[in-house]
Design a protein around this ligand. Structure first.
Ligand code: ATP
Ligand code: MG
Length: 200
């Protein structure tokens, strides 16, 4: 499974709907400083629920909505929203239909060669709201996280290696490094379940 395409709409510096294709083996994103390369990564973390707002370089969720006056530090009045869709290539059936149907809560998930995960954040005058979708079906964040975990995509899974992560891993104690390897190998989940079972 790999990312096939990102669709950013009004997200951070992407004030227009932008489709970004990804390839199976290798894709690089290049561009001048401040052109939005890191914002592309932030969009993936945002949509897949893999990071806190600090991890996507925002104080609050609504900072992720395109703001034409961002560089001047001015804010924006009125209702606004942003969305990111991550289209995963599932031709290898990393996720089976039953898993997608379970997560989406309906049989009607369409063609499963692609799995679409979408998140929308909407700001109103005095509040903000998040909406999540799997193949266009409205779901909760936990449904997305559960489904992605079945494909080995988790916040602890190092699917995204952030700036500084490599240095951090090198400087860790052997015990802490072992923990990371357990997370990646999927052993940690069973350790946690075992602990829960003992507690019960
Ligand atoms: P570098 O090469 O320096 O790492 P980069 O290509 O990774 O640069 P980003 O950090 O992705 O650049 O993009 C930074 C730009 O995004 C800044 O110009 C900033 O003003 C803009 N930006 C961030 N949030 C918003 C927003 N909500 N609305 C509009 N622009 C935004
Ligand atoms: Mg950057």
């Amino acid at each position: 499974m790999h990312i096939k395409e990102l669709v950013l709409d009004n997200f951070k510096s992407f004030g227009r709907k932008t489709r970004i294709p990804f390839y199976e083996d290798f894709t690089t994103v290049t561009g001048p400083n401040g052109s939005g390369k890191s914002n592309v990564i932030d969009s993936v973390l945002f949509a897949l629920g893999l990071a806190r707002t600090s991890g996507i370089r925002a104080e609050k969720l609504t900072d992720l909505i395109y703001n034409p006056g961002h560089q001047e530090g001015s804010s924006f009045e009125g209702e606004r929203e942003a969305s990111v869709e991550v289209i995963l290539d599932n031709e290898d059936r990393t996720l089976e239909r039953s898993q997608i149907v379970n997560a989406a809560g309906t049989d009607d998930v369409g063609d499963i060669d692609e799995v679409s995960i979408k998140r929308r954040v909407k700001e109103t005058e005095d509040n903000y709201y998040s909406y999540y979708y799997i193949n266009g079906r409205s779901v909760n964040l936990s449904d997305i996280q559960d489904l992605l975990a079945q494909a080995g995509i988790t916040p602890e899974g190092y699917n995204v290696v952030m700036q500084g992560d490599v240095t951090e891993i090198i400087n860790m104690t052997p015990g802490a490094r072992r923990k990371i390897i357990d997370e990646i190998a999927g052993v940690a989940e069973f350790d946690a379940k075992k602990e829960d079972a003992f507690e019960e």
